[in-house]
Design a protein around this ligand. Structure first.
Ligand SMILES: NC(=O)c1ccc[n+]([C@@H]2O[C@H](COP(=O)([O-])OP(=O)(O)OC[C@H]3O[C@@H](n4cnc5c(N)ncnc54)[C@H](O)[C@@H]3O)[C@@H](O)[C@H]2O)c1
Length: 437
């Protein structure tokens, strides 16, 4: 299979690398010439477990190419994936202008039959707008497929290689067969294709993120109640997660969800609803609970140091929106650190992969360290934002020695409160009463 992927970000690069690993020839096109130059030099601009090895190997054996030239990609591929960003606009709607501009370029440069597949998350009806944008520029026949992506950052390669499902949004049986063929290397055990019309495929992606975000917000809302009532959210999580009708995934309470997808997709869904005079009351509540959870966590720490904020130094572990990624887009850690900085607190931070991206997001206003313990010296408390494996079983003796006063604010409930208390540490976590101190 000859494939072109337009937009070589988190989704595009993983898609391209994994398809090449599955035997396809893939041309990656991006209009960021610096990014393309880096990729040609073997520098992978994002951190994603397993991705660098796949990209480097497939480039070496000639199945993966990088270019800024869309026409080259089009001329050499049957399937053209669009994987560019669809960020929020000021009214919350998804900005699909880049998608439409790529569609117009495809229309201008196409010279034979092609299949155009959208991987980006796009509002319902985009299939029609992309089709129209291409048709406006050409009479050459093409087909359109909505093929939304469900990978999770931090496990994106694994998700792509072993997908729960592949959604193929087209009513054309011949196109279904070609798409099935493309994904067949990842479906050896069982066929997990779901075929549907493009509109349903587009909505399924938003529905999926809506459901996931809702589960997190339910737990976060309950965590506030638990804190008030002296109950333990972890026990409640186990209690409901063991119910087979509910299941245990996406039930961890924390500092709120972030990243480039859930918050943006909830906003876009609310906007889509409003344009069709539907209130989307649940989606609005999910969004409200999520903002409240981040604010509550930041405020709890600010209140703890009330009156001496400008003399407070916080050690921060985790800056990305979750573990195993360097992506800080809409990261709750960045949200809270900005609040701390506004109060004149000093931040000494460590993230295994996101020090650089966080520094950029925070305009260099924090100090970063090459390991977690380095950030602890002379800090007044340790604040944990992500659940990297290396944070889960730290040396509490070192933490106690290095901090001015042993206090931990844990936004991910990583530790057993009784054990931490035994180490002489004051421990504040989510949905459980503070302990020690
Ligand atoms: N990141 C995720 O985990 C994830 C998961 C599922 C779906 N999605 C969706 O996939 C889409 C892409 O997300 P992402 O996180 O990969 O975005 P990203 O910002 O990481 O990557 C987008 C890429 O497109 C390139 N680009 C922009 N305009 C272009 C143009 N005109 N021509 C060629 N390239 C262009 C950018 O330079 C960038 O490299 C979004 O719609 C997102 O909602 C993301």
């Amino acid at each position: 299979m000859n494939v072109c992927v337009v937009g070589v970000g988190y989704v595009g690069l993983v898609t391209a690398g994994c398809l090449a690993e599955g035997g396809s020839n893939v041309v990656c096109v991006d209009n960021d010439s610096e990014k393309i130059a880096c990729l040609k030099d073997g520098v992978i601009p994002i951190y994603e477990p397993g991705l660098a090895e796949i990209v480097k190997h497939n480039e070496k054996v000639g199945r993966l190419q990088f270019t800024t030239d869309l026409k080259y990609g089009l001329d050499n591929s049957l399937i053209i994936f669009i994987a560019v960003g669809t960020p929020s606009t000021s009214d919350g709607s998804a900005d699909i202008s880049t998608i439409l501009s790529v569609a117009a370029q495809i229309g201008e440069n196409i010279n034979d039959y092609r299949i155009v597949a959208t991987k980006s998350t796009v509002p319902v009806g985009t299939y029609k707008r992309v089709t129209d944008a291409i048709k406006k520029k050409t009479e050459i026949p093409f087909d359109y497929v909505s093929n939304p992506e469900f990978m999770k950052e931090g496990a994106a390669v694994e998700d792509f290689m072993r997908p729960d499902k592949i959604i193929i949004g087209t009513t054309n049986p011949a196109v279904r067969e070609i798409m099935k063929q493309l994904y067949s290397p990842f479906m050896r055990k069982s066929s997990r294709f779901l075929f549907m019309d493009p509109a349903s495929a587009e909505i399924t992606k938003y529905a999926s993120n809506f459901m996931l975000a809702t589960r997190i917000s339910i737990m976060n809302e309950l965590s506030e109640l638990c804190e008030k009532l002296g109950a333990d959210i972890e026990l409640i999580r186990q209690g409901i997660g063991s119910d087979s009708r509910i299941g245990s995934a996406f039930l961890f309470p924390g500092v709120g969800f972030g990243g480039s997808c859930l918050p943006k997709d909830i906003r876009a869904l609310i906007h889509t609803g409003s344009t069709h005079h539907i209130e989307m009351a649940i989606a609005k509540s999910v969004q409200k609970v999520n903002i409240n959870q981040q604010q509550r966590f930041a405020q709890r720490i600010i209140n703890f140091f009330k009156g001496k904020e400008d003399k407070t130094v916080l050690a921060v572990w985790g800056l990305a929106f979750k573990a195993k990624t360097n992506d800080v887009r809409e990261s709750p850690a960045i949200f809270c650190v900005k609040k701390f900085l506004d109060c004149k607190m000093k931040i000494k931070a460590y993230d295994p992969e996101a020090n650089t991206t966080a520094m950029e997001a925070l305009n260099g206003k924090i100090e970063t360290f090459q390991n977690g313990y380095g950030a602890l010296d002379d800090a007044d408390a340790l604040v944990i934002f992500t659940d990297w494996q290396e944070f889960r079983n730290p040396d509490f003796e070192v933490i106690t020695k290095k901090l001015k006063k042993p206090v931990i604010f844990d936004g991910r409930n990583l530790y057993d409160p009784a054990y931490v208390k035994k180490q002489g540490i004051e421990y504040h976590c989510i949905g459980r009463a503070p302990i020690g101190g």
